[in-house]
Design a protein around this ligand. Sequence first.
Ligand code: GLN
Length: 480
Amino acid sequence: MSPRPPTASAIEIAAAVNAGQSARVAVEAALARAEADTLNAIIRVHRARALAAADAVDTRIKAGESLPLAGVPIAVKDNVLVRGIEANACSKILKGFVSPYTATAVARLEAAGAIVIASTNMDEFAMGSSNETSVFGPVKNPVDPTRIPGGSSGGSAAAVAAGIVPVALGSDTGGSIRQPAGLCGAVGYKPTYGLVSRYGLIAFGSSLDQIGPITSTVADAALVTSIMGGADAHDATCAPRTHAELAAATASLSPSSALRGLKIGIVPEHAEGLQPGVRARLDAAKTALIAAGAQLVEVRLPHEKAAVAVYYVLATGEASSNLSRFDGVRYGHRTAKPETLGELYAKSRGEGFGREVRRRIMLGTYVLSTGYYDAYYKKAQQVRRLICNDYANAFAQCDLLLGPVSPTTAFKLGEKLSDPLQMYLSDIFTIATNLAGVPAISVPFGADATGLPVGLQLQAPQWADALLLRAAAGLMALSA
Ligand code: GLN
């Protein structure tokens, strides 16, 4: 089975609505697709709110305004808050929680004319690589519904790949935008850490988390990020910059003008252990890049082999702290009839959090505990610095890095659920990016012999997002 043909791009929809076509019509069509979703990608449809917002956009356009995202229907991952909308991060513990405020990223997209039509399924608290830990059940891959869509932003990737919306927001802590985009055949972009405000993102690992777009074109990812990015008084880690240049980064470029003269770094270890179909597409990309005038250079990231281990110390440590606020008192689920305050906390959390989240809270609490802090957390921070230095050394020799997004194509539902270590290894190529804070993008680059999508990843130095997007647009054009 192949996915439905993609909907018009965000840029095309906005152009049509700015030229007088009704935003309500564009939004009605997306609502109908969301309501007919058979993949479990969409967990809530916001029909009344979306139609009211569409009418407001139509009024603004009639009054002579021009809006860069006029009438563009978007879906948001269930950990991105929108005022008045229930958000659970797909956890039982947040059942019934309705956000009193809107995430900065979403507020900026709405101000630019975008319309939130639905919330998307995800792994509980963004912990997972297969979208199977959600309290709403797994998402199916639109290309083959017996397979996982990837995770944790699996609902967002499936919704875009199935043509329900042109743009869905995801969050990426260790690959959660790029990996599902790669496995579903969409574009997934994790901006430089600090480019997009995290205000209104339900926190997982705060030093790693970034909101980013999943789209079907690189130009849409660039436009959306140029609008939602930039300084925000509500997030001190959001850099005091603007990113208008991103919107034009991919404009009217031929692949060779995007790629000619670029030095693209290849890490030899990234070719190891790949499924043959993934390996073949990576090799095809290398050949095509050389033909387009890029130069390939071999570079090393010597400490990258420790990245998965470092990540599972730091991300779980941060998560155990971030998730301590879910105490059964302030948000969502509370146990029935607790006898003591301690029992209220313990039972509410025990009942409210799923298995994977409980495993990570325990791991994170352990690595932060007094007796083990130096051995695990502090050591992991030291290795994180070495990984950052590796990237700096690599980028002294090349402009961008090219590699696979994931060692395999989409695996079968249930295949890795009982083996957390195998699951953790599916992020082996995406995790170091977040530890180093650099930007990266997954672009669809054809399929394996069975028709399953293969994504390739480009990574760039911090704040070289415009260069990254430009090259990504060029690379994607080469896959055709
Ligand atoms: N799959 C990784 C994890 O389980 C990354 C998740 C993410 O990026 N949110 O932690």
